[in-house]
Design a protein around this ligand. Sequence first.
Ligand code: BGC
Length: 768
Amino acid sequence: MNKNYIIPNEWSIIEDGFDAENVEASESLFSIGNGSMGQRANFEEDYSGKTFQGSYIGGIYYPDKTRVGWWKNGYPEYFAKVLNAPNWIGIQVQINGANFDLNTCEISNFKRELNMKEGWLSRSFQAVLPSGEQIELFTKRFISVKYNEVGAIEYAVKALNFSGEITFTPYLDAGIENEDSNYDEYFWETLEISESLNKACILSKTLKTEFHVATAMEVSFALNNKAVELTQENKVEEKAIYYSYKLAVSEGDTATIYKYGSYVSSLNYANDELVKAAYENVTNAKDLGYQQLLEAQIKSWDEIWHTADIIIEGDVKAQQGIRFNIFQLNQTYMGTDARLNIGPKGFTGEKYGGSTYWDTEAYCIPFYMATKDANVAKNLLLYRYNQLDKAIENAEKLGFKNGAALYPMVTMNGEECHNEWEITFEEIHRNGAMVYGIYNYVNYTQDFEYVPKNGLEVMIAIARFWHQRANFSAAKNQYVILGVTGPNEYENNINNNFYTNYLAKWCIEYAVECLNRVKKEYANDFERVIAKTNLTAEETAKWLEVSNNMYFPFDEGKNVYLQQDGFLDKEIIPVDELPKSERPINQKWSWDRILRSCYIKQADVLQGMFFFENKFSKDELERHFDFYEPLTVHESSLSPCVHSILAASIDRMPKAYEQYVRTSRLDLDDYNHEVHEGCHITSMAGTWMSIVQGFGGMRVWEDGILTFNPQIPAEWKSYSFTINFRGNIIKVYKSQTECKFFNESENEVHLFIKGEKISIPAQQLVTV
Ligand code: BGC
């Protein structure tokens, strides 16, 4: 796999020159989406080379039967996967009867561009077919943000050296598979294929989950930019429908097909309305026309960028990197639907099944909270609230009682999908992230009302879980939590993981604090929640007995909290001293060697110190950073951002920058040699945090005060970012010599910069 083939550019991802080796990587990198659906950048025309087809609809999944080596009681029966959906982009092309396939042609001037400013993907090149015809091809496509069930393609072929016939065969194909299917099963059943002039529709349903999806297309044509009507020839197969159109061309002519596609699903329509709705979508799109749809697209992205853009001067690659992250996050989730969430690969691949992980609460919420209005982050919280009953059932299955909840490690509809005991049953720290998400949201938005209305029930159920999961150790005379996996998945079945114990204690304390406040300020809600949960003062007293007496492994000599009991028994050798040839250790070492080693996959103790930085002194942060960071291999994409932010907060800018670079271009430069599988979407939110919270030093703790401590890497001239803080748009600019804040809103805004209070009147710029 070639690395570093993406051309640096401030607003676009560009591939210059065709290399079949890069096709699958580019299919991931150039993915497009609109939060409701998305797809890999597969070619429209047939391609016989290596390719990974993918087009996905948010919330449409299939329960693939679990595959494990040795079954353990409590494992879920299935793993829900976002499905590869029927293909709507396909257009076969024949030149004088010969099929056009990039893999068999001589290609020149190949250029692919993902324009992030305007939200479209294009491809252009010249090709010589084996039969000698030369063509020039230009194609552009996008998935509309405004009309969120619609996509559009412009596909133009110029006859360079011949006169004759160009045949376009646009098609819909529901005979698709998932690459990661456990038993090579088909996940879709085709119910109905309908045809009519220039448009067609396939109604299909997912097996088992019975989601119904209608996929429609409608086409129109132009010759040398003038609309032409053509006659279609139809071919209907069991799972696909093809229309062929022939255009007579003279040398120099350009034949263009416009293809409009739509997915509609039973998430939003009654089953018997789907076909009609899909047809309406494509016809409306065609009537509006490609150009108008594109203009609407440009406007939608302009609005998104207004509150989301980060500008970096003096480093084009860094600029491209951060915009790529922001762009992909928006393509994955727009926040308008509380049933959807953010899969670690978004709509760019199948790995992780498109399911929801703790990544959302721990990494993504801050991004959506600060770049969109508060409802977006709230929808992410409501997603978990709506799945509370399932989390309680999940805990019951594992033997917990009395309304205790264990949120799943991996889920689509609230049920656990993960099936490795050391993670499914033991990586329980994820429960803490659910509460941390609420805490973060309340601090940032000051919308405490979310707690009495929804959040409190979640917190009670989670506090119950921690109370039951901890046990009293007579030997230690304290409460302990045994048999867990922390965020560092390179340790399993350990006792007293600092991070897990810390979160357990904190979750209980925060739940009790919120209960007290709700009792005082929201008496009706308090009564409702107490009645629903049967919570008594005796029970909360028992929780507090656990949280007040929680054990934390600590080493007096080194003056640090230990990641877990016995951590110092390991042979401690910094990562720097490992030969390069042995890394990444997850590819080079046996699993047992990894487990016994001191190497840390991703922030663990430091994840806790990142979450609760205000509860530790700078000395403590430094000491723990200096102890753990050198042992960290950062083999999870979620790792570098946390270290970058912590490094900035202890004034280690070179380290912060080193870790930032690693996170920001992780996919563009394919650091992990796996971008062909899809992009690392959830860690992209971490990249955003590295700038805003890391370099910008933005924090909002319990007091609700917005604070900044802007610093700048030596490598950059300046950077600026925008946040939406409680409805007020604030722009922050930092250069090597200056720091400015612009309050774009109609209200005066108060904030603290390096500990000093500043008030910025409406529409004013303040230099500090
Ligand atoms: C990380 C987890 C993360 C998951 C999905 C794993 O490699 O260790 O913390 O939730 O990937 O991003």
